[in-house]
Design a protein around this ligand. Structure first.
Ligand code: IPE
Ligand code: IPE
Ligand code: MG
Ligand code: MG
Length: 323
């Protein structure tokens, strides 16, 4: 994957410029909070996908790609500022998130600012298709988070509902980034649909991998603390599998662990042990692989090219990544 990043370093640095030009509030605290998160080392995977998708085609306006890349990164960043409040996060990208440094209110408000900034930048493109797409994506992302909240600590959460949650909260913005690239590349309806599906499957694979990393990653490398989902009563795929396969006593114990005020290191260790024993980690990894394979297949419509190859590499990367 490193060569994909480095081959597109030039284009991504233009997106960076766009991002820095974008936040110019007269309220200096807005700028400080926004630049803290914007400069803390995000992978910029959504702008990258937008650029790679557009470059499958011959006709595109480079300026529009940088502009669009900035928009999707602002939406992503807004969602993280809100997410860290919702999840009580103590660390993001290896450093304290905005909510720890400036408080929950500031994190929420700058999240609102960045969502609105993204949509107001989009309005300037004067393209109804793009505006509809982005507005709809933001709506669905909020619904995804609410759906997740409404199933908090729900031991009966099914895999189907879990997939719907992650489709909305995560996969849609990734899918939208690809579709935006296709629109900017003047793609046909069929080509747009293929890249939209690719992005959606890629996004689901990405979040399933993320949810698995929450149990088994190297926390230092991940830049987030482990076991957060369990602590917050967030039921994700490895836990869904474990709950379905473990015995009654273990299920009762898992429910107690999720309800406990304080989480103990030993509890997480035991949960991961059970997940390994019942094949839950393996199962979640396999499901991530399934969706990465679907994403790859969605590209069958396109003839071989360096850009298609890069999109295939991203599909591989999302399930192999360790941070
Ligand atoms: C983090 O997304 C949130 C999820 C959808 C899991 P990324 O892993 O793309 O976050 P950054 O921007 O690179 O930190
Ligand atoms: C992804 O959800 C966040 C968004 C889509 C905003 P998580 O809460 O699982 O992501 P991380 O683990 O905090 O990055
Ligand atoms: Mg979170
Ligand atoms: Mg969350």
């Amino acid at each position: 994957m490193d060569h994909v990043w480095s081959q597109h370093k030039g284009l991504l640095s233009q997106v960076e410029k766009q991002i820095h030009k974008g936040v110019r509030s007269e309220v200096s605290l807005v700028n400080r909070v926004a630049s803290h998160i914007l400069n803390s080392g995000g992978k910029r995977i959504r702008p990258l996908l937008l650029i790679l998708s557009a470059q499958i085609f011959k006709q595109f306006d480079q300026e529009a790609l940088f502009y669009g890349g900035g928009i999707v990164e602002f939406i992503h960043t807004a969602s993280l500022l809100h997410d860290d409040v919702i999840d009580n996060a103590e660390v993001r990208r290896g450093i304290p998130p905005a909510r720890v440094l400036w408080g929950n209110q500031a994190s929420i408000l700058v999240g609102d600012y960045l969502y609105t900034l993204a949509l107001s930048l989009a309005v300037k493109l004067d393209d109804l298709e793009i505006n509809n797409l982005l507005a709809d994506t933001c709506l669905r992302m909020a619904e995804g988070e609410m759906l997740q909240l409404s199933h908090s600590s729900d031991l009966d959460l099914t895999e189907a509902t879990y997939l719907k949650i992650i489709e909305y909260k995560t996969a849609l913005l990734i899918s939208t980034s690809c579709r935006l690239g296709a629109i900017m590349g003047q793609a046909s309806e069929k080509e747009k649909e293929a890249l939209t599906r690719y992005g959606k499957n890629l996004g689901v694979a990405f979040q399933v991998a993320d949810d698995t990393l929450d149990y088994i990653a190297d926390g230092q490398r991940l830049g987030k603390s482990l076991g957060e989902d369990l602590k917050e009563g967030k039921i994700t795929l490895p836990l869904i599998h474990l709950l379905k396969n473990c015995d009654g006593e273990e299920k009762r114990w898992l429910s107690e662990v999720m309800k406990a005020e304080k989480s103990l290191e030993g509890d997480l260790h035991r949960v991961v042990g059970l997940m390994v024993r019942y094949g839950s980690i393996q199962y979640a990894k396999k499901r991530a692989r399934d969706f990465s394979d679907y994403a790859r297949q969605d590209l069958d419509l396109f003839t071989d090219s360096p850009n298609k190859k890069a999109l295939l590499t991203v599909a591989d990367y999302v399930i192999r990544r360790d941070h």
